[in-house]
Design a binder for this molecule. Sequence first.
Ligand SMILES: Nc1ncnc2c1ncn2[C@@H]1O[C@H](COP(=O)(O)OP(=O)(O)OP(=O)(O)O)[C@@H](O)[C@H]1O
Length: 272
Amino acid sequence: MTTQSIMTVNDLHVHVSTDHCQVPILNGVSFDLQAGKVFGLVGESGSGKTMTCLALVNLLPNKSKVVRGSIKLKNKDLRNLSASEMRQIRGKEIAMIMQNPMSAFNPVVTIGQHFRETLRTHLQVTQKQAEEMAIAYLELMQLPRPDLLLKQYPFQLSGGMLQRVMIAIAVSLQPSIIIADEPTTALDATNQLQILDQLNMLRKEYNTSILLVSHDLGAIAYLADEVAVMNSGNIVERAPVSTLFNRPSHPYTKALLESRLSLSRKACETLE
Ligand SMILES: Nc1ncnc2c1ncn2[C@@H]1O[C@H](COP(=O)(O)OP(=O)(O)OP(=O)(O)O)[C@@H](O)[C@H]1O
C-alpha cells in the first residue's frame, strides 16, 4: 500500500525573544505525517515537543516565533497563511487534543453548545443537523446517553469522558491530522487504554494522520508506526517503532529507553 504524505515539516527553527537575545528552542526539526499513520514524538521534559505541536498550528506563545523552515499541509505552506486562513485550517484540517481536557472547555457552556458552535463555525449545517451529528460522534466515541450528555456542563463529566468528548468534537470535522499532545497523561490506566484504542480506530476508519506526543513509551509503542526522539530542540533519531525500541542507535535514545526501563524495574522491586 502506498503512503500519502499529508504534512511535511522541514528545517523548522523556533526562537524565543528575551530582553537581551533570541533563544533557540527548535533547531531544524524535520518530519512528515502520513495519512492513516501515527507519528510518535518522545523526549524529556523541555525538549521541544509541545513547541513543535504549537508551531504547526501557528499557536506559539508570545515572544516565540518560527524563524526558518517550512510547514506544508498538502503542499500549502502554512507559514504564508493569514490569521483567518489559519483559523479555518485549525479544526477543519488539523485538530488538537490537549493533555487537560477541562481547560479546553468553557465551564459555563454545555457540551451541546460547544459541539454545535464548532460544527457551525466550519460547516453549513442547521442547529438540528449539528445536534444529530454531535450525537452520532459521541456514540462513535462510545459515550453513553449522548442526548443527555449534550445538556451537561464540562464539570459534570469525568476526565476520561471529557477527553472523549474533546476527541468526538475534533473528529466531527473529519480533520486530516490530529495532534494529540499527552492525550492520556491526566487519565487513569483504563481510560488511557480506551483513548488509545479510539485514536487507533479513527486512523483506520477515517485515514486520519496522528501526531502523538507522549512521555509514556508504552503508549507510543502501542500506537505509533514511526517515532522521533527529541533532545534540546533537535530530532536526534527517527525510526519505525519496532526498530527504535529494539535497536536504538543514538546514545540519547538508548539513555531515554534505559531510564524508563530502570524506573519500571524499580517500581516492580518496590512492589515485591
Ligand atoms: N510560553 C513559553 N515561553 C517561552 N519559552 C517557552 C514557553 N513554553 C515553553 N518554553 C520553552 O521551550 C522549550 C521547549 O518546551 P516544550 O514545552 O516544547 O517542551 P516539551 O518537550 O513539550 O516538555 P514537556 O514534556 O514538559 O511538556 C523549553 O526550553 C521551555 O522552557
